[in-house]
Design a protein around this ligand. Structure first.
Ligand SMILES: Cc1cc2nc3c(=O)[nH]c(=O)nc-3n(C[C@H](O)[C@H](O)[C@H](O)COP(=O)(O)OP(=O)(O)OC[C@H]3O[C@@H](n4cnc5c(N)ncnc54)[C@H](O)[C@@H]3O)c2cc1C
Length: 329
């Protein structure tokens, strides 16, 4: 029986979907050790402690809130110092983070401060006795690497959408904690946060992603991708590097080896060839639909459904079909 600490990340004061997935992963881990507790750590401006009930719904037994006006944005130094201080004063088998910008920043800081082992970007975990075994995709998602982590606390970050946020309600004990380092004295400060596609879910949170490639021919044709995403209603818009390099879409939309790694329920690839560097960011999507006029395009090797045709004709028809199907519900 061992306790697990999880960092529940927020953005703009709201819990991210990835936070609830990380709590669900921590719950699974704590249960597998024979019934340990899940301690969720949440940091933000005053008021963030109110997220305790939501975290309890996904399986947190204890919510540790770090509140400070300077934490309205992600202040990595203060958060890392406070989590590390907590981990030193309590005994945790593992610290779970999201594999996100925040998690990628915090993980190595915590590993260094605690002299602890770290595995990033895990998609599965299991506990047998003292051994914590995790799965981590490697070589651009071509192989699955199984690692056993000895030493506590083991720091792991979970890939977005790899663990489903299942409700497992608990009666939460709420605690507040003082910062171990003054957030207003941080050496690294967030000076500006630029929002991506306004009014759409983030690529990491969206259950559906419609992504466009060079096959769209011109930036204005991305309207077809936007329309299809709007028809789904809960979709984010992504792009290939060819497209972001051309300046048709912002770099934040790029999916792939040097862009975002995503794993939605549904990925619609519009005019995308399926280069290995693009597949590295999306091949773990649950269902992949590809539209391409070249039946030999490599994207069809990973697609569950393929439509061979001109995107300028197929996408409007698909959008119409989705709208019709939605009307019936
Ligand atoms: C180090 C490195 C890192 C990289 N990182 C990334 C990355 O993170 N993400 C990424 O995406 N790429 C990355 N790339 C680039 C990658 O190799 C490809 O060049 C890129 O993914 C191709 O984008 P694309 O599919 O939009 O374009 P293309 O490869 O040009 O494919 C366009 C496709 O559209 C189809 N098409 C054309 N017209 C139509 C039409 N009218 N109707 C239907 N289909 C049509 C074509 O048949 C073709 O398959 C990286 C490359 C390198 C070297």
């Amino acid at each position: 029986m061992a306790n697990v600490l999880v960092f529940a990340e927020t953005r703009g004061g709201e819990l991210r979907k990835l936070a609830t997935e990380a709590v669900a992963a921590a719950r699974r881990l704590a249960d597998a050790t024979g019934g340990g507790e899940v301690h969720a750590f949440v940091a933000g401006a005053p008021g963030v402690a109110q997220k305790a009930d939501a975290l309890g719904r996904y399986g947190a037994d204890v919510v540790i809130a770090l509140e400070h006006p300077a934490l309205a944005t992600f202040e990595r130094e203060s958060i890392a110092a406070t989590i590390a201080a907590r981990a030193k004063s309590a005994s945790y088998r593992a610290i779970v983070l999201g594999f996100s910008a925040q998690g990628r920043d915090l993980g190595p800081r915590l590993a260094a401060k605690l002299d602890a082992p770290i595995v990033s970007d895990i998609v599965d975990l299991e506990v047998a006795g003292d051994a914590l075994t995790v799965k981590h995709p490697g070589y651009a998602n071509k192989v699955m690497i199984t690692l056993t982590i000895s030493g506590s606390p083991a720091i792991v970050s979970v890939r977005p959408s790899a663990f489903s946020a299942q409700e497992s309600p608990r009666t939460v004990r709420a605690e507040t904690i003082a910062p171990a380092a003054d957030p207003s004295a941080a050496r690294v400060k967030v000076t500006q946060v630029v929002e991506g596609s306004k009014g759409r879910p983030d690529l990491a949170d969206a259950p559906v992603i419609v992504a466009g490639g060079r096959g769209l021919k011109a930036p204005e044709n991305f309207k077809l991708v936007e329309d299809l995403a709007d028809a789904f209603g809960n979709a984010a818009v992504g792009a290939t590097r060819a497209v972001t390099d051309e300046g048709w879409r912002p770099h934040a939309d790029q999916i792939g080896q040097t862009g975002r790694q995503v794993s939605p329920q549904l990925y619609v690839a519009v005019g995308i060839s399926g280069a290995i560097q693009h597949l590295a960011g999306m091949r773990s999507s649950k269902t992949i639909v590809a539209i391409n006029r070249d039946k030999e395009a490599p994207i069809f090797k990973v697609a569950d459904y393929g439509i061979i045709g001109d995107v300028l004709e197929v996408v409007p028809a698909l959008t119409q079909a989705v709208r019709e199907a939605k009307k019936g519900h």
